[in-house]
Ligand binder design. Structure first.
Ligand code: PLP
Length: 341
């Protein structure tokens, strides 16, 4: 039988824990090698690596879920593969086949099976794939070699005491430029977000919510999650902008709101001065699933949606549907679930 690990599943947060195996594959002379599982959680790269100097890298985030029957499943990993390839293309790194990506994810989950939390704990195994430019380059140009790597950590449910709303604040900083790298999952976007995040947290907010970089009148997204709102006439609305990171959770909710909950859905501009149109709002992403937004502070004025303490009924329904699909309790749309056997 599989090994057992001594982890208190109910008290997991979102922090690094060393699991047993990680996957590493190298790209050289135009192709990726086979890739292999290794135990060492450190790897060595050249001092002239473009990932270190010019931020030539990108990453992904997805989870493995334990079902009631004890099976392990992934949620839409093909979408992560596609997005990784889009990010790679934007920063001139080689992509890979969906097959290679999903196979590597499966290998890591399988090898660390003991770390996939039990059903009912709300905890999951979080996977972090990434690609970095390595080899010695000192001019600003694409690297001669690349590493594709995946490690995993068990993580707790984002909300221990059920879905509780948080407040966000707008700010004067931009996460990404209008024609920059906002739609690519690259580390540089995150480096740029650390200071505004700290300023927001110091003021007592969970995070900042970014406005469109050109006019600062439209909501773009939260630091690491997309925004959605439920209008007073029950439409599911999410902002449309080329500098938003295309969240797989967001696109899944657009589908579920329409097909499972029978709502009208729209991707369009969301004006920061017109928050009154929404009865509920939330942030969505792999880590948090759905975070209900209590209120948004803008120009020293806190606009409260449904409530600062309780999740709204539509947000709750969306959460239950998505969460149910991810853990195998609700039937998924075709092709969304991939079992790790
Ligand atoms: C990863 C990410 C998200 C969430 O995307 P999911 O695919 O839903 O996990 C949202 N915004 C940013 C900036 C991100 O990097």
């Amino acid at each position: 039988m599989a090994k057992e690990v001594n982890i208190d599943w109910s008290n997991l947060g979102f922090s690094y824990i060393k699991t047993d195996f990680r996957y590493i594959s190298r790209w050289k002379d135009g192709e990726w090698d086979e890739g292999q599982l290794v135990e060492d959680n450190k790897f060595y790269i050249e001092e002239g690596a473009t990932a270190l100097h010019y931020g030539q890298q990108c990453f992904e985030g997805l989870k493995a879920y334990r079902t009631k029957e004890g099976k392990i499943q992934l949620f839409r990993p093909d979408q992560n593969a596609k997005r990784l390839n889009n990010s790679c293309e934007r920063v001139m790194m080689p992509g890979m086949s969906e097959e290679k990506f999903i196979d590597a994810v499966k290998q890591v989950v399988k090898a660390n099976e003991a770390y996939v939390p039990p059903y009912g704990s709300g905890a999951t195994l979080y996977l972090r794939p990434f690609v970095v430019g390595v080899g010695n380059t000192i001019g600003v140009s694409p690297a001669p070699e690349y590493i594709f790597y995946i490690f995993c950590i068990p993580v707790g449910p984002y909300f221990k005491g059920g879905l509780s709303p948080v407040n966000f604040t707008t700010n004067d900083y931009d996460r990404a430029a209008p024609h920059g790298t906002g739609a690519a999952k690259v580390g540089g976007n995150y480096a740029a977000s650390m200071m505004p995040h700290k300023i927001a947290v110091d003021k007592g907010f969970a995070d900042c919510i970014y406005l469109d970089p050109k006019t600062h009148t439209k909501i773009e997204e939260v630091g690491a999650a997309n925004f959605f709102g439920i209008t007073k006439d029950n439409k599911f609305i999410t902002p449309d902008s080329p500098s938003i990171l295309p969240s797989i959770t967001k696109y899944s909710l657009l589908y579920l709101a329409k097909e499972y909950l029978g709502m009208e859905v729209e991707e369009r501009d969301v004006l920061i001065d017109n928050l009154d149109e929404f009865k509920e709002a939330g942030a969505c992403g792999t880590a948090a699933v759905i975070t209900p937004i209590g209120g948004i502070n803008h120009n020293d004025n806190l606009h409260v949606f449904h409530s600062e303490t309780e999740v709204g009924p539509v947000t709750k329904k969306l959460y239950d549907t998505l969460y149910g699909i991810q853990f195998g309790d609700v039937e998924a749309p075709e092709g969304w679930i991939v079992e790790v056997e």
